[in-house]
Ligand binder design. Structure first.
Ligand code: SF4
Length: 272
């Protein structure tokens, strides 16, 4: 079956990406084997609930699930003392990246920031104007709110790790196109594989979609534990959304309390 031009371009980009990693041999498993191997993609509860997502046609579906399988096969545990160097190696691989169209409008690649051995990792959608200017994730108004959320959990920002699905700012802060997100997210997956956080928090539906390998309404994903790349995954609102609709902060706090329970954290006592 002929591939559409978009899928063919995505395949070419993905193969180039794996060649960058030094992976040259590819094979295609039959669907049943691949489906069983992609726990993080097809065995999620929301995919069970949404039957079509559990029966992906690998010829016609964008490459998220199959590419996740390939990356999982190259995944190896890295000693904590080597995490910083391993993250730097990923940054070196990215280089002055032009693998997707977002490179045209960016000023700075926003790789990620925080503790290479963090127990908790936040994943957002993509850099905004402040992040693009400074080269750091979540440094604008939404970042300040995220900082407040982290402090409310009894942590400091330098004790967690923060990254995004895409590392270059989408024009006008639009949602990344699937081709852009599928091209860039393998770098994020490698970061997660290095850090091996106990808990991932997906900030908003774009992060949840690419971490889980399938799209579901945010309301259907919140309030329970998912799994992605060996970590527990909790889904909550993006801080930028909370700035627009502060009434949802209470719901977001409930999501963060779920993460705190998993991490054995207690909220700091409020000062009198
Ligand atoms: S978004 Fe990612 S893949 Fe696209 S150019 Fe930037 S670093 Fe490269």
């Amino acid at each position: 079956m002929a591939l559409s031009p978009e899928i063919e371009q995505a395949v070419r980009a993905r193969i180039a990406y794996f060649r960058d990693l030094g992976v040259f041999d590819f094979y295609r498993r039959d669907y049943a084997t691949a489906a069983n191997a992609t726990d993080t993609v097809t065995n999620t509860e929301e995919n069970d609930a949404a039957a079509p997502a559990a029966h992906l046609d690998l010829e016609t579906t964008p490459l998220m699930p199959s590419s996740l399988t390939l990356i999982a096969e190259t995944q190896k545990a890295i000693a904590p003392k080597d995490h910083a160097a391993a993250l730097q190696a990923i940054r070196d691989d990215i280089g002055d990246c032009t693998r997707c169209a977002l490179s045209a409008g960016r000023h700075t690649i926003v790789f990620g920031d925080g503790d290479p051995n963090a127990r908790l990792m936040f994943v957002g959608e993509g850099p905004g104007a402040d992040e693009d200017a400074q080269g750091l994730p979540f440094v604008g108004r939404a970042g300040q709110l995220l900082n407040n959320m982290i402090v409310a959990m009894g942590l400091r920002r330098d004790q967690v790790y923060i990254a995004n699905i895409v590392k270059c700012r989408p024009p006008q802060n639009r949602v990344p196109e699937p081709l852009e997100a599928n091209t860039c997210s393998p770098f994020l997956f490698r970061q997660i594989d290095v850090i091996q956080p106990e808990v991932l928090v997906a900030l908003g539906s774009t992060a949840a979609t690419y971490l889980l390998g399938g799209k579901s309404p945010l309301a259907a994903l919140r309030g329970r534990i998912h799994h992605a790349r060996g970590s527990k995954l909790i889904v909550t609102y993006h801080p930028a959304y909370l700035l627009r609709d502060p009434r949802q902060k209470k719901e977001a706090w409930a999501d963060l309390q779920l993460a705190m329970t998993e991490l054995g954290l207690k909220a700091p006592a409020k000062s009198q």
